[in-house]
Every structure is written in structure tokens, then in C-alpha cells.
Design a protein around this ligand. Structure first.
Ligand code: SF4
Ligand code: SF4
Length: 339
């Protein structure tokens, strides 16, 4: 038996997605890091601590995800984790491509880090390495094994594109073998390199999946994996007519922080200088209009305004020009729990 639920947005729980640097050892095809918009700097430890302090009083329930680039390339990641723990962040995750630089597993403890979250984009070496680069499959599996051996809890993120959709089902036995606790399915979007990489030949891009492919594949496979006792989360993407559209920018408390001081409330806005907040002299400040908040307030029949602006081809219309479905907020997730 599995149980599926839509994870509701909440103003009472703060989610801080903290990019402490943008440097990375890999060059994944679909990387959403956009140095022109996010900067190239590595934040000093003192700044990381000061920025964590900025968000520490936001709510009693605070979740922190350390991101990059590759966050384990930061020499002071362990000290940043310890500071966050002392500030009362309830859940701390480190996202990693698996290389786990700087001997991070021996510099933090399972009591300090709730999840190491690894990224793998293929059940086979061939497919993953086509997307993420040669050697990244073996490095990721090795990193997962080392983390679990040390007593950490590991989760895995799989970004679905038409290059790897056919291998999603094959992830089930691999997740079992590895001892993965939570599996996050993501959908590829036109962000970062996917959006600006026009110099990449068409044949080498990781294209988006069609609605029909997504609906026919992802929910069923998520359920099948959850039956193995693994919690699976995937984005809703397409709403049916009974489901109500909500923009997380209006009703949730999420912050996507970049090392150049930009703070977004919506990941789909990250390729544009429309962040609604910024950190200056270690203070969180509002930015001038026009910014993402102005987009969040627009009600359109297609659902998500930013989706309509940056990837409108995923919406279809009937003969009267009415959208046949709405696109959900990219942050709206379905969670399937196994028995
Ligand atoms: S591991 Fe992450 S940050 Fe590094 S290139 Fe790949 S997607 Fe980008
Ligand atoms: S993805 Fe769309 S719905 Fe979600 S916060 Fe951004 S603009 Fe709002």
C-alpha cells in the first residue's frame, strides 16, 4: 500500500536554498547555474554565517539546503553546517554530485546533517555520463556508499528529460541496492544552461518531456518505487480541472540565495534580474519594482506566469483558445509514501 499526498505550501515553514558558491567540477548539460546572473564568487565563512543569521529568526520550522555549484568544494562547509545547527535549523541537507570533496564525511556527523542529497540522471553509466559527464556515475554511486557507510541518510535526485525518461523505472532496483531513503524526481526546465545554451547543438540538448509522456510514466513509477518503502517526491507540473492553482511566491516562505547577494522567491525567475530581495551589508532588503513579486500577483488561465513567459510550448489550447490545463507552480510536489 502507498499513500500519496500533495505537499501544501506553508507560510509557517521557511525553506532556505543557500548557494554558497557557483563553482563546480562538473559541466552537466542542464545545469541551472547561470554565472552571469548568480555571480562566480565563493562566500567567505563569515558571510555565510551572517546570512544564516539573517534567516534564523524567520520561523520555528526552518529547513536549509546547502547548494552550489558543488557545495563540498567550499573549504568551510563543515563549519557552516555546525553554525546552522547552532541556530536551530530543523533540517539540514547538503546537495552533492557525489564527489564529496574536502573529506566532508569525516568533518560533519549524521547528527549535524539530516540528508546528503545526491544527483544522478540515469540508471546506467552510459545515460548518466552523457548528461552529467564522464565518470560522474561511478563517483556518485561511490559517494552514496561512503555516506551510508558513515551512517548518513542519503536521498537521490533524478532530473527527468527525454534523454533519461526511459531509465526511470530502472532506478527502482538501484535505489534498493544503494539503500536510498528518499527519491526526488525533478523535471527538466528551460533554466540556466538549458535556456541560454543556444551554442549547444540541438542533438546534444536535454529536451523537456511531453505532458502525455510525463503523465503516462512518472506517477506510476513513483508509486512502484514507493511500494519498496522509499518515499518518492515529484513535481505536480500539470493540474487537472479540479485542482486549484497556487503560486508559492504568494503563499510560501522560500528563499533561493545566491553568492552575489540576490535572493529569489521563485526558481523560475533565477535567469533574470527580477529578484525581489537582496542581501546588502548582511541585511535582507527588498528590491525596486519591477520584480518577481509583480509577476506572482498576475492571475492567468494558464496557471504559472513564469512558465507562460519562459516555456509556453508546454501549454496546449482548445479551439476557443482556452488552455486545456493549468501548469502548476514548479514548487508544488506530490509525495508518495510506501507501506
Ligand atoms: S553538479 Fe550541479 S552545479 Fe555542477 S554542473 Fe552539474 S548541475 Fe551544475
Ligand atoms: S513557479 Fe510560477 S507559480 Fe511557482 S512561485 Fe514561480 S511564478 Fe509562482
Amino acid at each position: 500500500m502507498t499513500r500519496i499526498q500533495t505537499v501544501a505550501f506553508s507560510k509557517h515553514s521557511t525553506n532556505l536554498f543557500f548557494h554558497i558558491l557557483t563553482k563546480c567540477n562538473l559541466k552537466c548539460r542542464h545545469c541551472y547555474i547561470n554565472p552571469a546572473q548568480h555571480g562566480k564568487n565563493t562566500l567567505p565563512l563569515a558571510t555565510i554565517k551572517a546570512w544564516l543569521d539573517v534567516f534564523s529568526g524567520h520561523s520555528d520550522s526552518k529547513n536549509l539546503i546547502f547548494l552550489g555549484g558543488e557545495p563540498t568544494l567550499h573549504p568551510d562547509l563543515a563549519a557552516a553546517v555546525k553554525h546552522a545547527r547552532s541556530l536551530g535549523f530543523g533540517s539540514i541537507t547538503i546537495d552533492s554530485n557525489g564527489y564529496l570533496f574536502g573529506d566532508i564525511l569525516s568533518r560533519v556527523t549524521p547528527a549535524e546533517v539530516d540528508y546528503f542529497s545526491f544527483s544522478l540522471d540515469g540508471a546506467t553509466r552510459e545515460t548518466n555520463d552523457l548528461i552529467r559527464g564522464q565518470g560522474s556515475y561511478d563517483a556518485c554511486l561511490d559517494g552514496i556508499r561512503r555516506a551510508i557507510d558513515r551512517g548518513f541518510t542519503a536521498s537521490l535526485i533524478y532530473t527527468v528529460s527525454s534523454t533519461n525518461l526511459h531509465e526511470l523505472e530502472m532506478m527502482a532496483p538501484l535505489l534498493d541496492r544503494l539503500g536510498i531513503d528518499r527519491f526526488f524526481i525533478q523535471v527538466i526546465g528551460l533554466r540556466g544552461k538549458s535556456a541560454i545554451g543556444q551554442d549547444v547543438p540541438e542533438s546534444q540538448r536535454s529536451p523537456q518531456v511531453l505532458r502525455s509522456q510525463w503523465l503516462a510514466t512518472v506517477p506510476g513509477i513513483a508509486n512502484m518505487i514507493a511500494e519498496r518503502g522509499i518515499t518518492v517526491t515529484y513535481p505536480k507540473v500539470f493540474l487537472n480541472s479540479e485542482e486549484k492553482f497556487e503560486c508559492a511566491g504568494r503563499v510560501a516562505d522560500n528563499y533561493f540565495v545566491f553568492p552575489n547577494g540576490r535572493v529569489y522567491r521563485c526558481p523560475l525567475c533565477e535567469d533574470f534580474p527580477i529578484h525581489s530581495l537582496c542581501i546588502r551589508e548582511n541585511q535582507l532588503m527588498s528590491t525596486a519594482k519591477l520584480n518577481e513579486q509583480d509577476f506572482f500577483q498576475l492571475d492567468i488561465p494558464e496557471g504559472c506566469v513564469m512558465n507562460k513567459l519562459i516555456q509556453p510550448h508546454n501549454i496546449t489550447y482548445n479551439e476557443q483558445g482556452v488552455p486545456e490545463y493549468q501548469i502548476a507552480c514548479c514548487l508544488l510536489k506530490e509525495e508518495v509514501q510506501g507501506g
